[in-house]
Design a protein around this ligand. Sequence first.
Ligand code: UD1
Ligand code: CA
Length: 427
Amino acid sequence: MKKDLKAVILAAGKGTRMKSKTPKVLHEIFNKPLIARVIEATNKTGSVENIVVIGHGGELVEKYLSQNYKNSTIVVQKEQLGTGHAVKTANEKLKNYKGNVLILCGDTPLIKKETLIDFVNFHNENNSDITVMSAVFDNPKGYGRIIRNKNDELEEIIEEKDADENVKKIKEVNAGVYCINWETSSIGIDEIKNNNAQKEYYITDIIKWGKINNKRVFPYTINDSDEIFGINSRENLAEAVQILRKRKLKELMDEGVTIVDTNTTYISPETQIEPDTIILPSVVIEGENKIGKNCKIGPFSHLRGDCTIEDNVKIGNFVELKKAHVKSRTNVCHLTYIGDSELGENVNIGAGTITANYDSRTKIKSKTIIENGASIGSNTVMVAPVTIGENALIGAGSIITKDVGANSLGLTRAPQKEIKNYINKGE
Ligand code: UD1
Ligand code: CA
């Protein structure tokens, strides 16, 4: 039975091993904080409110969330007494709530939205009271182990620190993602105690409570254990980038994009690319972008986000693009910076072109507009705001500070001098 859904995201842990002044969940993977990746996946499940439990460095997390994710509510857990205690704290905001609550961690940013949607659907279809996500790890060290009975039913979760040697051999682990029917089972959260090896309140004890109290308790096993990879250190952060990178490249190749060198290509998950586009080696694409079909990008191109590239475009060596709309059949092939710009169709940008979009004194960024068919000579600087009209031609080496009309030649080059026989004068 489909129910209203809210989420609780646990993010109060200190993240000591990051050795950072920045709270762990604000560290970024492909320019997006860990917590943002979790919230965006959670939002896709239809969660109407995300209650984020914060502690250490909480103000920064709170500020970030209030600016970026309006449906998030903050709860402060003053002392970190365990995951169960964190959920008890969130329960203050869920008094008398009768829907489902999805619980997950702020430091597992690789969870896919499709997986969370399937997980919540499974919970609803089975009319479950408590559903817990599990995964099988070759090396399960550190994780809570899933204990099943003879009928393969979930019995309880035992933490590594409370486990004996036999339990430690179990490879099925708790992913740390739960869906709980709050009407039937939130009382179980209130009853969690801290009588264990770590003297912590474990959210995992809700499983045992559910079994004792005849609730419907189900495990939901996922295939790809990478999805629940948790970030605890800088090394984990780098590993997570590689997992997301490979996942994205595979997705693009499956959809018909050629990736010439999968070892040196970085493409953010938020970039869309259409079939028959070729990505050459050492390309870095960050942020949100749309790239059309039959384009050639690279080698050594850097797209910094908010770029729309239409079909049949070439972006070449050492070209940096930011907030740029490049229309069909336009070439930007060498040593160029294009920022805050609109480039029309069939535009040619010569080598070494710069759009000077930023005034460092006023901090104002301005736009460069280059209309259809214009040709920009090599080593041109266009000082924004400026517009180059249709089919206009800019002479190489120009510094353009004023608009150039359609079909005109714009040129700021000093006339060439030639001093005859200069070498033989003996000066
Ligand atoms: C937890 C699970 C374990 C599971 C693993 C999956 C428990 C007791 N154990 O272990 O079974 O295999 O996750 O990754 O739940 N947090 C708070 N407040 C606290 C404590 C933790 O908000 O008082 C947050 C942390 O910031 C983190 C999450 O809860 O985001 C998980 O806490 P952590 O201490 O990392 O749990 P694990 O020992 O990894
Ligand atoms: Ca953890």
